[in-house]
Design a protein around this ligand. Structure first.
Ligand SMILES: Cc1cc2nc3c(=O)[nH]c(=O)nc-3n(C[C@H](O)[C@H](O)[C@H](O)COP(=O)(O)OP(=O)(O)OC[C@H]3O[C@@H](n4cnc5c(N)ncnc54)[C@H](O)[C@@H]3O)c2cc1C
Length: 413
């Protein structure tokens, strides 16, 4: 059977792209190396409210109980010096916590209803020929199509083999070490809140506790080079120490499940310079679509997947697959999420540049509820960067603390 387009990777980016193209009548083949869905994906599973606005069918399947969800209205935020602030929102949730095991399977089912899907298929080579793209599986099978969407995550074969990702990986990635353990083993003081820790390990670091409906999810993120040079294969020990730290703080009780420990890379340097080539589009982590400050990626994966689908459908209709035609994708994501992602990289560089700025930011927010609301809102995707910036511009408090806080978001830096 021949296909209009092959999508490699059936996570949120690939499943969204495939579903949209299938609904529009395209002949789509969706491939994933996982043997079957549901499949494991290490993730905090925090969905921002804007994701539910952008993709109403997600709100529908959450409301219908197809995927268990814990809606969160309270956030505890802690700075490196241990200052803790709590923000609470009365009406709509700030974040929706799901398990990727269930969420990705729900997206996959939708794609499967309108596309051909194959699981247990790992792509190991991608070559763009003048008339088609050739994909080779680890079994030696050759799959061809006029167009490919690479949604094969942080270590994307499609991105590397097409020359779109060339940077030294250790500078571009973070590693998130986590576990998702049932409550009979590991408990949290407050199941209706999330906990965020701006921990700062050298140049980048955060910790989190995300309570799901039946599981406690907690983890710690750091830059990949720190993980490789300082932890040197001792990620699981570091994770156990992190759980002990959380116990000492009084946030967590019970025992870590060492068997459930997982580490996974996240691209945290913003989108790749170029996210398309002749006959190829990259979506999700494969294209670097992750917020570099918060490590939020699901919303950007689905949004980039959806925008890639729009452009792919036009290509299929016009039978034009050259880079010029596909460059419309780069313009589309720049319009919708480009500024947001660029700001996230700037904030990461400023805020994670020494713990002083984070301490000042959190201390200031402790006595300024509007600043706290904006910081949490920006971190959760509900407030815009401009709102945070202009609030700080309007503030007239002329102290050295303010100058540090302002530097953190790019004012008088
Ligand atoms: C520990 C951790 C916590 C996180 N927490 C959050 C959070 O709370 N909220 C949030 O929004 N984001 C979070 N993120 C980021 C988020 O998980 C990713 O940005 C998101 O999963 C990207 O979706 P994707 O579809 O691009 O890739 P993925 O979800 O990784 O899916 C890619 C798919 O491609 C398949 N694949 C890979 N290689 C191949 C191949 N060669 N051949 C065939 N198939 C292949 C994989 O099996 C997989 O199913 C977190 C990330 C980590 C690591």
């Amino acid at each position: 059977m021949s296909f209009d387009v092959v999508v490699v990777g059936a996570g949120p980016a690939g499943a969204t792209a495939a579903y949209q193209m299938g609904l529009a009548g395209a002949k789509v083949l969706l491939l994933d190396k996982a043997k079957a869905f549901p499949r494991e994906k290490p993730c905090g599973g925090g969905l921002s409210a804007r994701l539910l606005q952008r993709f109403p069918y997600v709100r529908e399947f959450l409301d219908a109980g197809e995927v268990p969800v814990n809606p969160i209205r309270r956030v505890h935020l802690e700075s490196p010096d241990g200052t803790r602030v709590t923000h609470e929102q009365e009406n709509d949730p700030i974040l929706y916590l799901i398990r990727r095991w269930e969420f990705d399977a729900a997206l996959f089912r939708r794609a499967e209803s309108v596309c051909t899907v194959r699981t247990g298929v790992t792509i190991r080579r991608c070559e763009v020929k003048p008339t088609h793209v050739e994909l080779e599986t680890t079994e030696g099978e050759i799959i061809t199509a006029p167009l490919v969407i690479g949604a094969d995550s942080a270590n994307s074969v499609i991105a590397r083999h097409t020359g779109l990702r060339t940077e030294a990986a250790h500078k571009e990635y973070a590693v998130d070490m986590m576990e998702e353990t049932t409550y009979d083993r590991l408990q949290v003081a407050d199941r209706e809140s999330i906990y965020l820790f701006l921990t700062l390990t050298q140049t980048f670091g955060y910790g989190y506790i995300f309570p799901k409906t039946e599981h406690l999810n907690l983890g710690f993120g750091c830059k990949l080079d720190w993980y490789l040079t300082a932890l040197r294969g001792k990620g699981a020990d570091h994770h156990a120490e992190w759980v002990d730290t959380l116990k000492q703080k009084g946030d967590v009780t019970g025992e870590t499940d060492r068997g459930g420990y997982k580490a996974f890379p996240i691209p945290v340097s913003g989108p790749l310079v170029k996210t398309y080539a002749d006959r190829v589009l990259l979506a999700g982590d494969a294209g670097g679509f992750v917020n570099a400050f918060t490590a939020e990626g699901i919303y950007y994966a689905m949004t980039s997947g959806s925008l890639a689908a729009d452009v792919a459908l036009k290509s299929i209709r016009s039978q034009r697959y050259d880079g010029r035609q596909l460059s419309a994708y780069q313009k589309a994501w720049q319009r919708e999420i480009g500024d947001d992602l660029r700001h996230s990289v700037e904030i990461q560089h400023r805020l994670f540049n020494g713990s002083g700025r984070m301490d000042s930011l959190v201390r200031s927010a402790k006595s300024d509820p509007e600043l706290l609301r904006l910081i949490i809102g920006y971190s959760m995707g509900s407030a815009r960067y401009d709102e945070l910036r202009s609030y700080m511009m309007r503030s007239t408090v002329p102290t050295w603390v303010w100058s540090k806080v302002r530097a953190a978001v790019g004012l008088n830096a």
